[in-house]
Design a protein around this ligand. Structure first.
Ligand code: XMP
Length: 507
C-alpha cells in the first residue's frame, strides 16, 4: 500500500483517489503522525500545502524512516520542502504560477516520464518557486515559466514535482503516478472492488466470529452496502433496523423495506413516525429540530436493539472521508454551521463494539463495491438525503399535514427529474416548504397558500455546490404539476444560490 502524508492541501484526497483508481490501495495520514508500521507501506507521497517552506509555519515531517529507504514522490510543497532543506533554494516567484502550463522539456529516458511527451499539460498552484535543486538533484522537466518543474535525487528513489498530478487538468497526471508507483515502486495493481469484498468479508468473519451484530439502515448507499457486506460475512447474525421517522420521501419506507427484504437482509421495519412528530411539536429552530430527531432516533433504535438478545456489535456505514484526520494550517476549530450527521450519535450505555466495513473507502468506491455485490444500480445512484429528512426541508414547525404536502411536491419534482433523464446529472435535489403564504388566483378565486422552493445542485462532496441549470421547459412543467396537483401550494420558485455563500439545505 501507499502512504500519503498530508500537509493540508485541498487536493490530498484527490491523490488518494487517483492512486486507488490505479487499483493500488492508499492511505492518508497527517505529516506529523507517520504510522509506526512504516514497513507496511511500499511507497510514500508528500502532498501539497497552503503553507510556505520559507515561513515560520513551515511544516516539518520526520522523513528519517522514509527518505532514501523507500520510493518517495514529493508534490508541490513536498518538492519545495526537499529543495529548501536539503541544499537547494526556494523563493517567492515573480511570474504567475497558477493554472495551466505545458511541459517544455522532459528528460524522457526516465521511467518516471515514460510515455509522456513534451507539451503535456500540467496544473500549477503555487506562489513559491524552486530556484535551485537540492544536493544531488537532477532536473527532469521544465515549463516555460518554471524551470525546476520536476527533479529526482541521484542515488535515491526520490522524485519531486512542482505541479499537481492528481488534478484532472494535469492531462498525464495519472500516468505519472502510475509510472512512479508501478515502474519505480514496483507496486501491484490488484486492489479492486472484488478483492476489497473478499478481504473485507474475511476480516469481518475474523473480527466478529459468531457474535450478533445490529445495524441501522437508512435507505442510503453507505448503510446498504455495509449491510450487504456484513450479510455476506455473517448472514443471519446480522440484525438490521430500518426506522421510519415520518420524514422520509413519499412511500419510501415501504418500498425500501421491500427492497431490503428482497436482498435477503434480516431487516425489521419500525414505523416511529408518531414518536418523531410528537418530539418535534412546536419546534422551529433548525438545530433544536435536528436534536429532537437525533434523540428520537437513538431512543427508537435503542428500544429495538434491546429487544434483541446477546448483540455484541454495532455496525456503521462510516466512510473514509469521515475518518481522515485533517491537518489544519491555522490550528483553531472551525465554526459549526450545522450540526450534521449526528456524529457519535449512540448512547454509550449500549456498550457495543463497533464494526465499520467501509471505513477505508471513498463514496465512489462504495458505489463500485455495491455494484460488485449486485445491489440495484438505482439504489446505488440515489441522491444523498439528510438524516433529519424532510424535517429540515420544512422551514419552521413541522406538522403531519406539512410533511404530506412536501412529500407530494418532492415526488413530482424527483419523478420529473427521472422522467426527463436529468436525475443522474444532478448531485442532490429536493423541495423546501417555506413558511410563507402568498396570494394567488385559481378559477377566479383568491388563494392564500404556501410557497415551495425547488433546489438541484451539482457537487462532488457537498462541501461546495452550484445550482443546476435545469431546462426552462422542465421547470415550467414541474411548477404546473405541483400547483395543480398539490393542495395548499400556489407558488413555486427555483433556488439559484451557490454554496458558499448559501448552503444546500435551507436549514
Ligand atoms: P448543507 O445544507 O450543509 O448540506 O450545504 C451539505 C450536505 O449535508 C446534508 N445535510 C445533512 N445530513 N444530517 C445529515 O445526515 C444533517 O443534519 C444534515 N444537514 C445537511 C445535505 O443534505 C447535503 O447533502
Amino acid at each position: 500500500k501507499v502512504l500519503i502524508l498530508d500537509f493540508g492541501s485541498q487536493y490530498t484526497q484527490l491523490i488518494a483517489r487517483r492512486v486507488r483508481e490505479l487499483n493500488i490501495y492508499s492511505e492518508i495520514h497527517p505529516f506529523n503522525k507517520i504510522p509506526t508500521n512504516i514497513d507496511a507501506y511500499k511507497a510514500v507521497i508528500l502532498s501539497g500545502s497552503p503553507n510556505s517552506v520559507r515561513g515560520e509555519d513551515a511544516l516539518h515531517p520526520d522523513l528519517s524512516e522514509i527518505r532514501g529507504k523507500k520510493p518517495m514522490l514529493a508534490v508541490c510543497y513536498g518538492a519545495q520542502y526537499l529543495a529548501h532543506f536539503s541544499g537547494g533554494e526556494v523563493a517567492p516567484s515573480n511570474t504567475r504560477e497558477y493554472g495551466r502550463a505545458n511541459l517544455s522539456f522532459i528528460k524522457n529516458d526516465e521511467p518516471f516520464f515514460a510515455t509522456l511527451s513534451e507539451g503535456s499539460q500540467v496544473w500549477m498552484s503555487h506562489s513559491d518557486t524552486i530556484k535551485s535543486l537540492p544536493t544531488n538533484g537532477v532536473l527532469l522537466a521544465s515549463t516555460n515559466d518554471v524551470k525546476n518543474a520536476a527533479y529526482k535525487i541521484e542515488g535515491e528513489s526520490t522524485y519531486a514535482i512542482q505541479f499537481h498530478p492528481e488534478v484532472y487538468h494535469s492531462t498525464d497526471g495519472k500516468q505519472l503516478l502510475e509510472n512512479f508507483l508501478v515502474k519505480i515502486a514496483d507496486l501491484k495493481q490488484d486492489w479492486t472492488p472484488d478483492s476489497f469484498v473478499e478481504e473485507t468479508v474475511a476480516a469481518i468473519k475474523e473480527k466478529v466470529g459468531n457474535d450478533k451484530v445490529v445495524l441501522g439502515l437508512s435507505g442510503g448507499v453507505d448503510s446498504t452496502v455495509a449491510a450487504v457486506l456484513l450479510n455476506k460475512a455473517i448472514g443471519e447474525n446480522l440484525y438490521c433496523i430500518f426506522v421510519n421517522n415520518g420524514l422520509l420521501r413519499k412511500d419510501e419506507f415501504s418500498s425500501v423495506l421491500k427492497q431490503y427484504e428482497g436482498m435477503g437482509l434480516n431487516v425489521k421495519g419500525v414505523d416511529a413516525s408518531e414518536r418523531f412528530l410528537e418530539a418535534l411539536k412546536g419546534l422551529e429552530d433548525p438545530e433544536l429540530k435536528r436534536k429532537a430527531i437525533g434523540n428520537s432516533f437513538i431512543e427508537v433504535f435503542d428500544d429495538e436493539a434491546h429487544k434483541l438478545t446477546d448483540v455484541k456489535w454495532l455496525a456503521q456505514g462510516t466512510i473514509y472521508p469521515d475518518v481522515i484526520e485533517s491537518v489544519s494550517a491555522t490550528g483553531g476549530p472551525s465554526a459549526t454551521i450545522k450540526s450534521h450527521h449526528n456524529v457519535g450519535g449512540l448512547p454509550d450505555f449500549m456498550k457495543l463494539k463497533i464494526v465499520e466495513p467501509l471505513r477505508a473507502i471513498f463514496k465512489d468506491e462504495v458505489r463500485r463495491v455495491g455494484a460488485t455485490l449486485g445491489i440495484d444500480p438505482e439504489l446505488l445512484g440515489r441522491h444523498p438525503f439528510p438524516g433529519p429528512g424532510l424535517g429540515i426541508r420544512i422551514l419552521g414547525d413541522i406538522t403531519a399535514e406539512k410533511v404530506q404536502m412536501l412529500q407530494e411536491v418532492d415526488a413530482i419534482f424527483i419523478n420529473g427529474l427521472k422522467e426527463w433523464g436529468l436525475y443522474d446529472k444532478v448531485w442532490q435535489a429536493g423541495a423546501m416548504l417555506l413558511p410563507v403564504n402568498s396570494v394567488g388566483v385559481m378559477g377566479d378565486e383568491r388563494t392564500y397558500e404556501k410557497c415551495v422552493a425547488l433546489r438541484a445542485v451539482e457537487s462532488t462532496d457537498g462541501m461546495t455546490a452550484d445550482w443546476v441549470n435545469l431546462p426552462y421547459e422542465f421547470l415550467q412543467k414541474t411548477s404546473n404539476d405541483i400547483i395543480n396537483k398539490v393542495k395548499g401550494v400556489n407558488r413555486v420558485v427555483y433556488d439559484i444560490s451557490s454554496k458558499p455563500p448559501a448552503t444546500i439545505e435551507w436549514e
